[in-house]
Write a protein that binds this ligand. Structure first.
Ligand code: SF4
Length: 335
């Protein structure tokens, strides 16, 4: 266990964790909603510090990150726990795991992880992923600082549910994010995730304002968040507040955890992509069989394909070394 950051002491040995907007008040020997931060004798500890449930190198596109070191590999690290309670969770074996139920976590020191990043062929850096990285904040930031010192990139795949202060501290060492924007209504967030929308919007705006690479994932669940008006409002907000170069991944849902609704029809994904392309430059489809051009990156200037993707094979073509389209010289938003 490792002492947590961002908490205050209250009366009767209680603590308040201030890492995420839940701001849990935690009594002695109790854990917060994420089930991984525990009050022991008036101190808050992170139980999953140094506990890895997944460590391997994979295409950066798998995160998904499409405009971030395209065609490169990234070392992916996960732990366990989550501060949201999504009834459709696609990784519930990790998000719902706790100190008592995680049997496959291995001990991985900060230095051990950094060594693995450095020694992974063709790796651009590390992604904090698989379960919610904000609930292993201390472990992640300790690794991120060293990875940065070694000249590699740090990327976070997250639900975006974090308070401003810890987020700001992270932004000094993080190079890229994929944030899950699960819906554009607070009602959906409250009903199906146990959280709320506004803090996620705030996180997205903060990252964009700092000019840090940001991609967004939106899992489309039939009947719950596929309403065209709400989806259109979300696209307008992304374009106006975060910029039209923000890549959006529209992902197909499959039944998982507590949700048994049928998978998203492919036509819905294609239609929503058309809507998104009216205002955004880079819109991709995920969890789908190969669909005409839905995984490729096209130049916003001349519509030529500049990155071709077949499965996880990526061919970066038609972009010169300065990041401009070779056909029309448009600067493509890629890092
Ligand atoms: S990180 Fe965990 S303990 Fe802290 S406020 Fe969020 S859910 Fe509660």
């Amino acid at each position: 266990m490792h002492e947590a950051q961002f908490y205050i002491s209250l009366e009767e040995n209680k603590l308040q964790c201030q890492l995420c907007p839940h701001v849990c008040i935690i009594g002695e020997n109790r854990r917060g909603k994420c089930n991984v931060r525990i009050n022991k004798s008036g101190k808050l500890y992170s139980e999953n510090y140094g506990k890895a449930t997944g460590m391997h190198c994979e295409p950066v596109e798998k995160k998904p990150l499409y405009n971030f070191y395209p065609g490169r590999k990234i070392f992916s690290l996960g732990s366990y726990g989550c501060n949201l309670d999504c009834s459709f969770c696609q990784n519930y074996h990790l998000s719902k795991a706790s100190y008592y139920s995680v049997i496959s976590a291995s001990n991985a020191s900060v230095n051990d992880v950094v060594d693995r990043v450095i020694n992974s062929p063709n790796s651009c850096g590390i992604s904090y992923t698989f379960n919610e990285p904000f609930v292993w904040y201390e472990y992640m930031i300790d690794i991120a600082v060293k990875v940065k010192e070694e000249g590699y990139a740090n990327a976070i795949v997250s639900n975006g549910y974090i308070n401003p202060k810890p987020l700001e501290k992270l932004l000094d060492v993080i190079d890229g994010f994929n944030i899950d924007l699960k819906s554009f209504t607070d009602d959906f967030y409250k009903k199906y995730t146990g959280a709320s929308l506004e803090p996620v919007k705030k996180t997205l705006k903060t990252i964009a304002k700092r000019n840090i690479h940001l991609e967004i994932a939106n899992l489309v669940i039939p009947g719950l968040n596929d309403d065209t008006k709400t989806f259109g409002d979300m696209i307008t907000w992304i374009s106006d507040e975060l910029g039209k170069d923000t890549p959006l991944h529209i992902n197909r849902y499959y039944p998982s955890y507590k949700m048994s609704i049928e998978p998203t029809p492919l036509e819905t994904i294609v239609e929503l992509r058309e809507t998104a392309l009216e205002k955004l430059n880079f819109v991709y489809c995920g969890n789908v069989p190969p669909l005409n051009g839905c995984s490729d990156t096209t130049c916003p200037g001349c519509s030529e394909t500049v990155i071709k993707r077949t499965g996880y094979k990526t061919l970066v073509d038609n972009i010169n070394k300065n990041g401009h389209c070779v056909h029309c010289d448009y600067k493509i938003a890629i890092c």
